[in-house]
Design a protein around this ligand. Structure first.
Ligand SMILES: [Zn+2]
Length: 320
């Protein structure tokens, strides 16, 4: 697919400067002259006025809340090093725990001293507003902090592990094992039959919301096999040749969405009710109307998601 990396989180060619990760002295120098992005419980500090991630000076008081050494994300074109700080231990007295536990957290969290427009906010809510650079920084920071949060112990011996390499690795002092950030591949499939695409909905989704079928790849499986298996398991539809379209880092919490396309070999849908609530064929006209808010039966996929990107490309006949 041409311009496949135009997808949100498609990457901004950030110079990650991995050769500095093991040089702790160099990292300290870069940190002093660099800038920080800040994340609280998975939510980046974002300014709604400038529509940008906040870049904070290294001596700013908010960074004293950091729970560990920052992650070295890379060096921008002007030479500025960018570090990500996790201040999740900050105790926001105004926080709404029920909202924070939601699949999509609508609440915002305001750190003292910042203006009203500068808040910790749900990344999915602002992802379509971000520049490609900010999207890459936020996705990387969020993804790697979540990995640290749930990988505090060695998967080999159970001992407590420690971050190293600028935050890109964890080492186990007990057995010497090294652990690296995880990425879990997910196939997401644009299954077509003539003028229609196949979309389904999970249990508990908002009324009218349908999206492309997707599922985790399994060990020993190719991308093509996973795409055929997922679609068949969920809908009973068999796909022929599968082709790769585009991929998207999706740090909720650690996925790589692999968008691909296949043409259906049968029409009749038989859903697996344990996996999904419904699946249907939607014509091009029905989907087009939905993207213009003119189809009360169908809500379009969220802007910024790879589903939205692929469906839009299919509608405009620019998948190739
Ligand atoms: Zn170990």
């Amino acid at each position: 697919m041409l311009n496949a990396e135009d997808v949100t989180f498609g990457g901004s060619s950030l110079e990650r400067a991995a050769h500095y990760r093991e040089d702790t002295q160099k990292l300290k120098e870069l940190q002093k002259s660099g800038k920080a992005i800040v994340i609280w419980r998975g939510k980046p500090l974002f300014d709604y006025e400038t529509r940008a991630l906040m870049r904070i000076d290294p001596e700013h008081a908010i960074l004293t809340e950091a729970i560990a050494n920052p992650i070295f994300l890379g060096i921008e074109e002007d030479g500025t090093a960018i570090f990500a700080h996790d201040i999740s231990s900050w105790d926001d007295p105004m926080r709404d725990e029920a909202a924070l536990a939601n699949f999509f957290d609508p609440s915002q969290n305001h750190y003292p001293g910042f203006s009203e427009t500068q808040v910790f906010t749900e990344l999915r809510g602002v992802m379509a507003k971000l520049t490609i650079r900010d999207a890459e920084l936020a996705a990387t920071g969020r993804g790697i902090f979540e990995w640290h949060r749930i990988h505090g112990f060695c998967a080999k011996c159970g001992g407590k592990s420690e971050p190293s390499m600028g935050g890109w690795q964890r080492d186990c002092p007990s057995c010497g094992a090294h652990h690296f950030p995880r990425t879990d591949p997910v196939v997401i499939v644009l299954a077509t039959k003539g003028n229609s695409i196949l979309m389904g909905r999970s249990h508990g989704w908002p009324d009218g919301m349908y999206s492309l079928l997707a599922g985790f790849m399994e060990p020993g499986e190719t991308m093509e096999a996973a795409a055929r298996r997922e679609v068949f398991e969920e809908s009973g539809i068999r796909l022929g040749a599968i082709r790769y379209l585009s991929s998207q880092p999706w740090p909720f919490p650690a996925s790589l969405m692999i968008g691909c396309a296949g043409e259906a070999e049968n029409n009749e849908i038989t859903i697996d009710p344990k996996e999904i609530e419904d699946a249907r064929w939607f014509t091009r006209e029905e989907v087009f109307a939905a993207t213009h808010g003119q189809n009360p039966m169908l809500k379009p996929a969220r802007k910024g998601s790879i589903a939205h990107f692929l469906i839009h490309r299919w509608l405009s006949d620019t998948l190739d």
